[in-house]
Design a binder for this molecule. Structure first.
Ligand SMILES: [Mg+2]
Length: 375
């Protein structure tokens, strides 16, 4: 029996729309937000059966029909599941990436629900991927402790504007001139284009040599992504921050629709499903560059990428981890960037505990930060 004794949830929002930090073509005035969950549990009843726990949460009889495994109910599942992993790592006295890196291939596979995956990835194949990398984990862990995980930033140019072509072309030219010919330039369409527009626009932008084009169209349009990917090659398609579950990722991989997998640790059903997607990506040979930048997302995914390198992919080729310089001051164990890399966190847990004062200040709508603002 999986026991959660109590749960409290806080609706924490930051008035980022005032500065337009985080604005993009689809979200012109976003307030960055998080459902902040604190739970009490008999942890052992859950950690002894992580796969069963995940199935119990995502398959809950009265709630499953709101999804299943998508949208707000899946975000809520992720909040609970990730809170359990944070607590687990704290109790074990390890940062989450290290807790995972110390688990055996069998233990890791036992956390994953393979339902709907078996045509693309079986438990045996997942075990094989993990076992192949197990003997060399220690060397990669030492390397990560030495160098950290390579980062890139998206906050260079928030584009809270329309997709007006001239402006986009003009921006691309300015950025390319500034960074020179040798650095990678990534572009993010934030879902705003039709499939045909995406192909035409990326062909126009090709002269600026984008490394990838991110979210060129609807995040649900698997075949649309595949059409775009074929038409704009060798420029690659990146997507995943709105990819709702492992099944859509499976289809994106099967259809050869993406060149980069940008999974989101809070949109997928928590860490258990993240593990499934890391292994799917490894099977299909697609690099994982997780989505970050929201409230605590950088804190979350640094652990995911460290683990991916140490135990799953074993490669840094074509892999970078998103970084945005905001809202870290609200966390007890904020990310540290050194020489363009995420420094491997050392404190026990998943680095996502917030300062109680920040939760109080920014709780919506009663927190002082919101009371003092005209809305
Ligand atoms: Mg994006």
């Amino acid at each position: 029996m999986h026991r959660i004794l109590s749960v409290t949830a806080h609706d924490v929002r930051f008035p980022t729309s005032r500065s337009l930090a985080g604005s993009d073509a689809m979200h012109t005035t976003p307030d960055y937000s998080a459902a902040y969950v604190v739970l009490k549990t008999t942890l052992e009843s859950i950690t002894s059966d992580m796969r069963g726990f995940w199935r119990a949460i995502t398959g809950e009889q009265q709630l499953r029909w709101i999804g299943p495994e998508k949208g707000a109910i899946h975000l809520a599942s992720a909040a609970l599941i990730n809170a359990v992993w944070d607590l687990y790592a704290k109790v074990e006295g390890k940062p989450l990436w290290k807790l995972l890196a110390d688990m055996t291939p069998e233990q890791l596979v036992s956390c994953i629900d393979f339902r709907y995956l078996s045509d693309a990835l079986t438990p045996e194949e997942a075990l094989d991927i993990l076992e192949r990398k197990a003997p060399t984990r220690a060397a990669r862990e030492a390397e990560m402790l030495r160098t950290g995980y390579p980062a890139y930033t998206t906050s260079a140019g928030w584009l809270g504007y329309s997709d007006e072509k001239l402006r986009t072309l003009c921006r691309a030219r300015i950025v390319r001139e500034e960074i020179g010919p040798d650095r990678h330039l990534m572009m993010d369409a934030n879902q705003v284009w039709e499939v045909g527009d995406a192909i035409a626009n990326v062909r126009q932008l090709a002269e600026f040599e984008p490394y990838w084009i991110e979210e060129p169209t609807s995040p649900d349009d698997v075949l649309g992504h595949a059409t775009i990917a074929r038409a704009i090659a060798p420029i690659k398609v990146a997507t995943g921050e709105h990819c709702q579950n492992r099944v859509i990722f499976k289809q994106l991989f099967q259809a050869e629709a993406i060149g980069f997998c940008q999974l989101d640790a809070c949109r997928l059903g928590g860490l258990n499903e993240v593990l499934a997607v890391l292994l799917l990506a490894a099977k299909f040979g697609v690099p994982v560059c997780p989505h970050a930048g929201g409230v605590g997302l950088c804190e979350y995914v640094q652990h995911v990428s460290l683990f991916d390198y140490i135990a799953v992919s074993g490669s840094l080729e074509n892999r970078v981890l998103e970084y945005v310089e905001h809202l870290h001051e609200h966390f007890l164990d904020p990310v540290v960037i050194r020489d363009g890399c995420y420094v491997a966190p050392q404190r026990p847990g998943w680095s996502i505990t917030m300062h109680p004062e920040s939760v109080r200040e920014f709780e919506f709508p009663a927190g002082p930060a919101w009371k003092s603002l005209d809305r």
